[in-house]
Design a protein around this ligand. Structure first.
Ligand code: COA
Length: 182
């Protein structure tokens, strides 16, 4: 059972840039629905893959997807578009890490750039037997944006642990503090 608070790891902290992962795909006919838009499920698959690679690099271990925060589709992606998926670690807890993934699209000429999606994925690091969760290295945020994502990650973690029934709302101290301070 998850704890509301997470232990501090003894491992050496790693920079966000050390595991940042970028993936590019060309949208082909097989990837689209009858309107020639990219199927949402295919996009989610690529988001899962790029995030898993990022998490694996940060944790230097096998990882499994434990949770995906809500994904909304802001702009359609069309047949023939080129999409770029960028995944970065925001924060590490005890055996889990949160990865932020953003999806951008443009046409093959590099025109009409659009930011299409973003989501937060949670991965759990596993030992070499791919069985038991293992401790993960902390994240060392450097820029202001990295620091903001790092700080807010602890609140997002509490929310997803409540929604998955792993902690009780009364134990979500950071979230309660956040709303009290508004
Ligand atoms: C994810 C999984 C390894 C967790 O196993 P578990 O026995 O519940 O392990 P624990 O209770 O020790 O939790 C391990 C970590 O997972 C986190 N976790 C588990 N479920 C979570 C959820 N729904 N949301 C966010 N974090 C979650 C816990 O908070 C804990 O993180 P922490 O150590 O950083 O605090 C296990 O549920 C599993 O194997 N699930 C299937 C994964 C899978 O098949 N994914 C899709 C294909 S890759």
């Amino acid at each position: 059972m998850a704890k509301a608070t997470s232990k501090t790891s003894n491992l050496t902290p790693k920079k966000v840039a050390d595991s940042k992962t970028v993936m590019t795909e060309l949208i082909m006919p097989n990837d689209t629905n009858p309107m020639s838009h990219l199927m949402g499920g295919y996009l989610m698959r690529w988001m899962d893959i790029v995030s898993a690679i990022c998490a694996g690099k940060h944790c230097e271990s096998h990882v499994v997807t434990a949770a995906v925060d809500h994904i909304s589709f802001q702009n359609p992606i069309y047949l023939g578009d080129v999409i770029t998926l960028e995944a970065s670690v925001t924060r590490a807890f005890n055996t889990s890490v949160e990865i932020y993934v953003e999806v951008f699209a443009n046409n093959i000429k590099g025109q009409q750039p659009r930011r299409c999606n973003h989501a937060y994925f949670t991965f759990v690091a596993l030992d070499d037997k791919k069985k038991n969760p293992v401790q993960v290295p902390p994240v060392l945020p450097l820029s202001n944006e990295e620091q903001q994502l790092f700080d807010s990650a602890a609140r997002r973690r509490e929310l997803r642990l409540i929604l998955s029934g792993r902690i009780k709302p009364k134990d979500a101290t950071l979230l309660r503090q956040f709303f009290t301070d508004l």
